[in-house]
Design a protein around this ligand. Structure first.
Ligand code: HPA
Length: 241
């Protein structure tokens, strides 16, 4: 069953017919919210609000392990994660399906295998996003008729503050095209569970120093509001194909 993780601006999916809410408790604790099981465009799907519903957990406070494990336990076979990002080279208002990621976060639980009795596992993460799922996502985004960009590197920063202009310059030199706070460890935890994972990122602001002004929440919210309409169309198309 396809599962969606919704980020800022997507705590619910319009058009999702809800059948059941699973209030799960995993061995790593409770996920951010109950896992919603339902139907989107006639297809069975799962949905989880990454930051809780209502939105209360900051990116560094999200229990990513519980979120991923809860989705797996609820029957997820693949995950499409939606997130709001800043644009380093990508245009504001566009959707990006990244193909790479660099982890700049710290102090987060980024593996399922750190218990004393756990096996020593080093998962391959050369290509962090599932190719087949990205192919499906690409078709869905085309169908949604939203402006989009195929590929790009996602910089996962710690937050919750936004970056300095110098940090963004460094991230750009590193080859990143978008920046967000939730991509890691979410992506690698999905890999450790063997769940195909892909991301759909909505660029909600020019990253720090990329526009000649400060970044305001009002500006972000406006773009989020408009852009999530395209995201919803894409998810509906994805569920159906
Ligand atoms: N930086 C990091 N995360 C973000 C941004 C940003 O500019 N915008 C939305 N999420």
């Amino acid at each position: 069953m396809l599962a969606f993780i919704g980020g800022t601006g997507l705590t619910r999916i319009d058009g999702l017919v809800i059948h059941q809410r699973h209030a799960l408790e995993t061995r790593f604790g409770a996920p951010s919210a109950p896992v919603v099981e339902g139907e989107l465009n006639g297809a069975p799907v799962l949905f989880l609000a990454r930051h809780g519903d209502p939105h209360t957990r900051l990116p560094h406070q999200v229990n990513y392990r519980a979120n991923l494990l809860a989705l797996k336990e609820a029957g997820a076979s693949a995950i499409v994660a939606v997130n709001a990002v800043g644009g380093i080279t990508a245009a504001t208002g566009s959707l990006v399906i990244p193909d790479q990621i660099i982890d700049y976060t710290w102090g987060r639980h980024s593996t399922f295998f750190d218990g004393a009795d756990d096996p020593l596992v080093h998962v391959d993460f050369s290509w962090p996003f599932d190719r087949a799922l990205r192919d499906r996502l690409r078709i869905a985004v085309e169908a949604a008729k939203a402006p989009w960009q195929d590929g790009g590197c996602y910089a996962a920063t710690q937050g919750p503050r936004l970056e300095t202009a110098a940090e963004i310059q460094r991230l750009e030199q590193d080859g990143n095209s978008i920046v967000g706070m939730t991509g890691m460890p979410e992506a690698v935890l999905a890999r450790e569970l063997g769940l195909p994972y892909a991301m759909l990122s909505l660029v909600v602001n020019p990253a720090a120093g990329k526009a000649d002004r400060e970044i305001t929440m009002a500006e972000i919210e406006q773009v989020l509001h408009d852009g999530m309409a395209g995201v919803r169309r894409a998810l509906a198309a994805l569920a159906a194909n």
